[in-house]
Design a protein around this ligand. Structure first.
Ligand SMILES: [Zn+2]
Ligand SMILES: [Zn+2]
Length: 152
């Protein structure tokens, strides 16, 4: 979640969003356009609720479930990556490049981080007869902001 970067909206031209939707074979609708544009502008990790709240003023007919279903179809098409933490709501990650997350337990902020190499879990998986589809690390702790607040 990060709101308030309205000027960045200009960075993504109408054509770019339309091209992305067409490239993955999704029909271009005003809702899809608005939702994808929002994701591209704000980057980060948004839930269907977050996106609904920030676009429903402009798109009053849109429902949370429409937003959610649209995000699901984006995720299936590889435009965003759906992630879940514990039993929390699905978050949709604008960053589709393989990466991991640091989760602030105070404010819930998610920060992306990268590792030069994925940990090799082949032998562990073999021992457990487990077939690994993907591997994402979730590191919990306190972000820089919250550390500052705690100090003051
Ligand atoms: Zn924090
Ligand atoms: Zn991420």
């Amino acid at each position: 979640m990060c709101f308030g970067v309205t000027t960045m909206a200009l960075a993504h031209s109408e054509n770019e969003v339309v091209t992305m939707l067409k490239a993955v074979g999704l029909r271009v609708t005003p809702q899809r356009d608005a939702i994808l544009r929002h994701i591209l502008v704000y980057r980060g990790h948004s839930s269907a609720d977050d996106i609904y709240r920030s676009i429903h003023e402009r798109w009053p007919n849109i429902s949370v479930s429409t937003v959610y279903n649209t995000l699901k179809s984006f995720s299936e098409a590889g435009l965003v990556k759906e992630i879940t933490f514990g039993d929390g709501a699905s978050l949709f990650d604008a960053n589709t490049y393989p990466h991991h997350h640091m989760l602030c337990v105070q404010c819930g902020q998610l920060t992306d981080f990268y590792l030069p190499e994925m940990p090799d879990l082949t032998s562990v998986a073999k021992e457990l007869c487990f077939q690994i589809d993907e591997c994402q690390l979730e590191v919990r702790g306190v972000c820089a902001n919250c550390q500052d607040i705690m100090k003051s």
